[in-house]
Design a protein around this ligand. Structure first.
Ligand code: THU
Length: 136
């Protein structure tokens, strides 16, 4: 599978799963799909809460499920994120920091918009000068 096919597959899964979002407050549905080295794809959606700060984004739901299934940051290949937005939907800064922890600097991040266009970036580009260790 080349990178274009990988992006299309992950974004298709992310678009499909976003229908399962629990977003009664924002009505802003987001889906994420994470590909691991063994070919497994784990999806996630945003899960909101009446106490807004308790909301979990789609990216974190997927990455936390990956940890729960036993995957490590070394095994993450790429992540796709989809909403229903005119512009490319960028991950929030909390999710970016979680990506720093649970992915790798070169892990591909595929973003999309409601025209199904694809923007390819990676964790290092999303979080330059990341806080990633206390060994400094
Ligand atoms: N959200 C995500 O799930 N991922 C993003 O990349 C951006 C924002 C969610 C959080 C909240 O449920 C809703 O979108 C509006 O902020």
């Amino acid at each position: 599978m080349n990178q274009k096919e990988q992006a299309e597959l992950l974004l298709k899964k992310a678009r499909e799963i976003k229908e399962k979002a629990y977003a009664p407050y924002s009505h802003f549905h987001v889906g994420a799909a994470v590909l691991y080295q063994d070919g497994t794809i784990i999806t996630g959606v945003n899960i909101e809460n009446v106490s807004f700060g308790a909301t979990n984004c789609a990216e974190r739901t997927a990455l936390f499920t990956g940890v729960t299934q036993g995957y490590t940051n070394k095994e993450v290949v790429a992540i796709g994120v989809a909403g229903n937005t005119e512009d490319f939907l960028p991950p929030c800064s909390i999710c970016r920091q979680v990506m720093v922890e649970l992915c790798q600097p070169h892990t591909s991040v595929y973003l999309t918009n409601n025209k199904n266009e694809v923007l390819t970036t990676n964790v290092e580009e999303l979080v330059p000068f990341a806080f990633s260790t206390m060994d400094m």
